[in-house]
Design a protein around this ligand. Structure first.
Ligand code: ADP
Ligand code: ASP
Ligand code: MG
Length: 438
């Protein structure tokens, strides 16, 4: 029989009514055996996610102040779910333990993880599945990176002992036993880890949209859902900011070739998006698969005659960034020019120092840092065979008065990246979407 691993996001489990929908979905198929849950998310626009409330409560407790107001709100939200489901479940001991732990500074990650932990306990009780504690089976290494192989060995063994189970997402443990979380949105990664360890046939990722959409629905109105997308295309889009799935969620399932199906908890009848290892087909009508983008970037422009023949030039520039602990996003370069795109927040207060250090190291003719850059990625496996796609991207943007500040086709044939002013971000995405989709 098929095995499916499922993950439900915060909005899918925001209140008792959402819990009921989730339980119906899980019960609808026997193959839906392993369920990963997030903490309760927003119930309406302007609401606060439990995870954010936990960070807030912890910050107050860490400063030595009284967090009881915020903690009472957190507790209230979980209790209203329990009551709304008519469950006979008493979590007072957990709440007492967590709130007193906060004053002993167990770490921000421990605090944040309690949202998933409590929600997992409630959902397991509601649906009657076993509860599996991820801190015992999901491991990080001493340097804080995820220990995939050890986790997979241990977790596979434990899952095989459970016919059905619920696991909280988002966290695992360090070698010394303390709780560590993935970065924000990390329950997607837990879902993928569980799918791999369960040797699942499919990883269903249930959220509040009917699949991966061709553009961010907050930028383009009613974007078309993508039927099928490859791992590589997805990676390009999610790295560039398409927030549906955590950018690292692809790795565990990719190792096992398991497809991901993005589904909508509020519209379970929709087929959603299939994310597959590879595909021989693409949408001939649209050519492109999707558009994503991110703001908040800066570019370090360096010019020097004959730069290309100067051995070690690029390395020296990057070494300066490395010394300052800064990672770079893109590296568009020409014969006598090199651009290094970095996140604005990483260089903000160090820019003068960086200019000074690069100048000292490579003696450029000109160097400057420009802020306010946004990058937009147009991604599609169809672009390899369809000629002229880049030209269409540039023309569409130009026709709407968007000034293209940078082009970076990179070595990947499935991705064209353009840099525009942040103020042109929305207009550029709309223009490209209209050119290919409408
Ligand atoms: P969950 O809480 O279920 O993990 P997220 O909020 O992390 O859900 O991700 C779903 C959200 O991602 C959508 O509600 C949507 O606003 C946003 N989003 C951004 N880009 C896209 C895209 N290309 N397709 C679909 N949703 C997108
Ligand atoms: N609850 C966590 C967050 O808000 C993890 C997740 O939702 O995936 O980031
Ligand atoms: Mg998410």
């Amino acid at each position: 029989m098929q095995i499916k691993a499922l993950k439900f996001g915060g909005s899918s489990l925001a209140d008792a009514e959402q819990f009921k929908k989730v339980a119906n979905i899980v019960k609808a198929e026997d193959s839906r055996r392993y369920v990963v849950v997030s903490a309760p998310g927003k119930r309406f626009d302007g609401d606060t996610k439990i995870t954010d409330m936990l960070y807030e409560a912890y910050a107050i407790a860490e400063a030595g102040d009284d967090m009881s107001d915020v903690f009472a709100k957190i507790r209230g939200r979980f209790e209203s779910i329990i009551t709304g489901l008519g469950l006979d479940l008493d979590l007072s001991r957990d709440f007492d333990k967590i709130s007193s732990a906060f004053y002993h500074h167990p770490g921000r990650d421990y605090a944040a993880s309690r949202g998933e932990y409590l929600n997992g306990k409630i959902f397991a009780a509601y649906i009657g599945y076993d509860f599996i504690e991820p801190a015992k089976y999901i491991f990080f290494k001493e340097d804080g990176t995820f220990d995939s192989e050890r986790t997979n060995d241990v977790l596979s063994a434990v899952l095989s002992e459970h016919e059905h189970a619920v696991l909280p997402g988002f966290y695992g443990s360090m070698p010394n036993g303390t709780i560590k979380t993935f970065s924000r949105g990390g329950s997607d990664i837990t879902g993928s880890i569980v799918a791999r360890a369960a040797k699942a046939d499919l990883y269903e990722n249930w959220t509040d949209v009917s699949g991966f959409l061709m553009a961010d629905p907050r930028v383009v109105q009613n974007p078309r859902p993508i039927d099928e997308i490859t791992y590589r295309e997805l990676r390009e889009l999610s790295y560039m900011g398409a927030g549906v799935l955590h950018e690292d969620a692809i790795f565990p399932v990719r190792a096992a070739g398991i497809p991901i199906n993005i589904r909508n908890t509020n519209r379970p009848e929709d087929r959603g998006t299939m994310i597959v290892p590879r595909s021989d087909y693409y949408n001939y009508e649209t050519i492109i698969t999707g558009i994503a983008g991110k703001k908040g970037l800066s570019v370090i422009n360096i010019e020097k005659d004959m730069m290309n023949s100067e051995i070690g030039f690029g390395r020296k520039v990057l070494e300066v960034l490395e010394d300052h602990g800064i990672s770079f996003e893109h590296l568009p370069s020409g014969i006598d020019t090199m651009g290094v795109v970095v996140s604005n927040s990483e260089i903000a207060d160090k820019s003068e120092l960086i200019i000074k250090d690069i100048t000292k190291s490579v003696h450029p003719d000109h160097i400057s840092i420009e802020d306010g850059l946004a990058l937009i990625a147009v991604v599609g496996r169809g672009m390899i065979s369809a000629k002229g796609t880049a030209g269409r991207v540039f023309r569409a943007a130009a026709a709407k008065g968007v000034n293209i500040r940078m082009i970076d086709q990179g070595s990947s044939e499935i991705n064209i990246i353009i840099g525009v002013d942040e103020s042109d971000y929305v207009r550029a995405i709309e223009a490209i979407y209209e050119e290919f989709v409408k």
